[in-house]
Write a protein that binds this ligand. Structure first.
Ligand SMILES: C[S@@+](CC[C@H](N)C(=O)[O-])C[C@H]1O[C@@H](n2cnc3c(N)ncnc32)[C@H](O)[C@@H]1O
Length: 208
C-alpha cells in the first residue's frame, strides 16, 4: 500500500493541498483542537500524506511533525513546506520515547486493514502521548470496503475500510483514552461520497 501512495504522491498533493479551504467543518474542529495543545509542545501528524492538515495547525502556531510510512508523501510534504520537520514512520510503531507528544493528528490513515488492528495502534499512541495529550482523527464512516485499482490515472492497490464510529470510540476507551468529541458528517459535494467520522480523544492522566 505504501507503494501505491508513493506512486501517486505528487498528484495527491496537487489534489489535497488546499482541501481545507473547502471544508469549514474540518477547519472549525482543527481550530478547537489547536487551542488545546500547550504552547510549543510537539504534535505528531501520522499518515500525514502531504501534511496539509499539519500545515493548517502549524499556521496556528502548533509545532507539528509530519510523519508517514510513504517517503514519496513526505517528499511532497517538504515540497509544500521545506521548513517542516518530517519523520518516516509507521503509525503503529512510533520511533519516539514515551510521552513525547502533546498530540497526535491522524486524518484518513486509520482506514486500512482490519478494525482489530486499531487497538494496538491506540495502545502505541497512549505510550507516545503525554498524560492529558490529545488525539484527533478522521475516518470514512460506515460498513464495508472500497477498493481502488486506479487513482489519478495511475495504477494502485488500495482498499479503504469504512469504520464503525461506535467501535472506534470503544477501542480508544479500552486503550486509555476518554472520547471528548465524536461527530459524523455527510460528505461535501466534491469529496468521495462517504460519511466522515471525526473523533477527539484525551489520553488518560495516569501513566498506566
Ligand atoms: C488517504 S492518505 C491521507 C493523507 C492525509 N492525512 C490526508 O488527510 O489527506 C493516507 C496516508 O496514510 C499513509 N499510511 C497508511 N498506512 C500507514 C501506516 N501504517 N503508517 C504510516 N502511514 C500510513 C499513507 O502513506 C498515506 O500517505
Amino acid at each position: 500500500m505504501t507503494t501505491s501512495f508513493d506512486r501517486v504522491a505528487d498528484l495527491y498533493r496537487r489534489q489535497f493541498a488546499d482541501e481545507l479551504d473547502r471544508k469549514p467543518f474540518d477547519r472549525r474542529l482543527l481550530d478547537r483542537v489547536a487551542r488545546r495543545f500547550p504552547t510549543g509542545a510537539p504534535v505528531l501528524e501520522v499518515g500525514s500524506g502531504p501534511a496539509q492538515v499539519g500545515a493548517y495547525l502549524r499556521a496556528r502556531g502548533v509545532p507539528v511533525i509530519a510523519s508517514d510510512a510513504s517517503v514519496g508523501q513526505l517528499r511532497e510534504a517538504l515540497a509544500l513546506d521545506p521548513t517542516r520537520p518530517v519523520l518516516a514512520a509507521d503509525l503503529g510503531g512510533l520511533p519516539a520515547r514515551a510521552g513525547a507528544f502533546a498530540g497526535i493528528v491522524a486524518f484518513y490513515c486509520l482506514i486500512y486493514g482490519p478494525a482489530e488492528h486499531l487497538g494496538g495502534v491506540f495502545a502505541e499512541w497512549h505510550r507516545a502521548l503525554r498524560p492529558g495529550g490529545v488525539a484527533v482523527m478522521a475516518v470514512h464512516a460506515g460498513e464495508g470496503t472500497i477498493h481502488f485499482e486506479e487513482w489519478f490515472g495511475r495504477t494502485v492497490d488500495v482498499t479503504i475500510v469504512l469504520r464503525d464510529p461506535d467501535a472506534l470510540a470503544a477501542q480508544l476507551e479500552s486503550n486509555g483514552f476518554a472520547v471528548d468529541e465524536r461527530t459524523v458528517r455527510p460528505p461535501y459535494d466534491d469529496e468521495h461520497q462517504t460519511d466522515r467520522c471525526y473523533v477527539v480523544a484525551t489520553r488518560a492522566e495516569s501513566t498506566s
